[in-house]
Design a binder for this molecule. Structure first.
Ligand SMILES: NC(=O)c1ccc[n+]([C@@H]2O[C@H](COP(=O)([O-])OP(=O)(O)OC[C@H]3O[C@@H](n4cnc5c(N)ncnc54)[C@H](OP(=O)(O)O)[C@@H]3O)[C@@H](O)[C@H]2O)c1
Length: 239
């Protein structure tokens, strides 16, 4: 295993789901974790659970000056993970009746990824790495109003490959999650996806945040990976 002790790891979206699981994983292995999202209380609750050294930074990834200030404060660092999004499933709408507001908000995940990686590129160490979050929907588009959500994930993936070329030797990889039991779903939706996972997916269960976090950890620490899109979907694309 590549040692991560005392590596500085910035996790945007650390207060919930995949980002929270990844924060635990790096902290358990001795990394210094920078927990980032919009809500101080949620981040402090995660911080209390961590064994190692960590810092809390509140930042809205859609506010470019807040993003620039945060990275200026953090300074040089080694690894960056972005798994932040808000209201994603609430912004679904059929194309014919989609308002401009919904259409533009649907691209927030892309703009957040852009703002964060632009600021981070100035401070990341040359042997460092970035992992961003797309979705399995880039291969298997979900329907029922998900067109802009799917397009945002495709934009994240293609932008991040260009970024990988532009800021090399810093590595940039992309994770394409399938359905995972995280904060993007209501408790009721999670329950119904649990049943769906058990009955439909080849691996017979809904994805867990920790199962995704393994993939994020491994792409960040593997020195020979860059520009890759990794599907972690329980076999969803095969069925
Ligand atoms: N879960 C799935 O089934 C699934 C499937 C495919 C793709 N994905 C992708 O996975 C990512 C979401 O990860 P997750 O499932 O772990 O979601 P999650 O549990 O809802 O976590 C989202 C995180 O983003 C933070 N956040 C939201 N808006 C933010 C902003 N403007 N600035 C900074 N932080 C912000 C939230 O914290 P605060 O509220 O404190 O800001 C939270 O920590 C998205 O890219 C989504 O498209 C998820």
């Amino acid at each position: 295993m590549i040692p991560v002790e005392n590596k500085k790891v910035v996790i945007v979206g650390a207060s919930s789901g995949i980002g929270k699981a990844l924060s635990h994983m790096f902290s358990d292995k001795g990394a210094i974790v920078y927990l980032v999202s919009r809500t101080k209380e949620k981040l402090e609750a995660v911080q209390k659970e961590l064994k190692g050294k960590s810092y809390v930074f509140t930042m809205d990834m859609l506010n470019d000056s807040s993003v620039e200030e945060t990275f200026e404060k953090i300074g040089h660092f080694d690894y960056l993970s972005i798994s932040a999004v808000a209201d994603e499933t609430k912004l679904m709408s059929p194309i014919k009746s989609m308002s401009n507001t919904i259409a533009h908000r649907g691209m927030e995940k892309f703009w957040g990824t852009f703002n964060v990686t632009r600021a981070a590129s100035k401070y990341i160490n040359q042997d460092g790495a970035i992992v961003v979050t797309s979705s399995i929907s880039i291969y298997r588009p979900s329907k029922n109003g998900a067109s802009i959500m799917n397009a945002a994930s495709a934009a994240v993936a293609t932008y991040s490959k260009s970024l990988a070329l532009e800021i090399a030797p810093v590595r940039v990889n992309i994770i394409a999650p399938g359905v995972v039991g995280t904060g993007v779903w209501t408790e009721q939706e999670k329950e119904s996806y649990k049943e769906w996972g058990k009955n439909t997916l080849p691996i017979k269960h809904l994805g867990k945040p920790e199962e995704l976090a393994y993939a994020y950890y491994s792409t960040l620490t593997n020195p020979y990976m860059t520009g890759s899109i990794i599907s972690v979907d329980g076999g969803l694309t095969m069925i």
